[in-house]
Ligand binder design. Sequence first.
Ligand code: ATP
Length: 302
Amino acid sequence: MTDRIAIHTDGLTKHYGDVRALVDLDLDVRAGEVFGFLGPNGAGKTTMIRTILDEIRPTSGRASILGMDTRNKSVEIRSHIGYMPGDLAMYPNLTGRDTLTYFANLRGGVDWSYVEKLADRLDADLSKKVGDLSSGNRQKVGLIQAFMNRPDVLIMDEPSSGLDPLIQREFQTMMRDVATEGRTVFLSSHTLSEVQRVADRVGIIRHGRLIALEAVASLRSKAIRRVDLYFDAPVDESVFVGLPGVREVTGTNHHVVLSFDGRMETLLRVATDRYSLVDITTQEADLEEIFLTYYRDEEVSA
Ligand code: ATP
């Protein structure tokens, strides 16, 4: 089950004249995962998506979705995917309901009670003309059309823009639900916090190249944490310098702050052997810090 591959790319490359939008991308997205495709503006995310959807042709390389070649089987592939483009075109004079009916007809019909359920979850008003909706509310209609055929592979290009935080959270739950059902989500995003919350694995793209590919959980465990130690009397903070995992020691007297990426045992032993430890707090470093480290490294080696 976990070995099934939903999206596969092999040396996928796209040049626009001199612009190398996508360079030699080798990627396997597993069935049943939420895969975060993260990169700054202009990194090549949309180019990658439009290439695997056969909207644009690669300069070289190939791709497949659910084992089907994206160029030869593009029509068949369409029936298995849901797609939320970055710029979904809708007729402003149609209501949300009419818009979804239109998309449903293109797909040969969908289970309408499921559409209503999705609309409920996103708190979408389907009775208004989409031209009269705020961008966030229009976005909801777009999301419903992407989810409504219960696709095996859901491909979304920066889908959360304009959604308010509560709806974003519900939307994240919807993506997790898709993965729980063994279906796949490919989520392009430049929002680190979103990817961190929802994705199983994340690929980081920059200047058209994949510069990192990691499980979110292992990124987390790599993360440098901030550890705050509180004592009932002043301590000599230098006793923590050089302990395994301790990278930096600051703070004075009753309160010592460590930058830490190791196991707690030794640290706790030292903290409690000589002193009376009153409280300890640890904060997970945000993935942002790790990503920034990647970006910096990439710049150095480029
Ligand atoms: P964003 O988050 O801003 O949408 P992105 O990661 O999706 O960015 P792409 O839209 O794939 O990035 O763009 C990758 C590079 O290719 C950019 O330098 C962009 O200017 C260039 N590009 C994209 N489409 C074209 C085009 N049709 N003609 C020429 N250059 C293009």
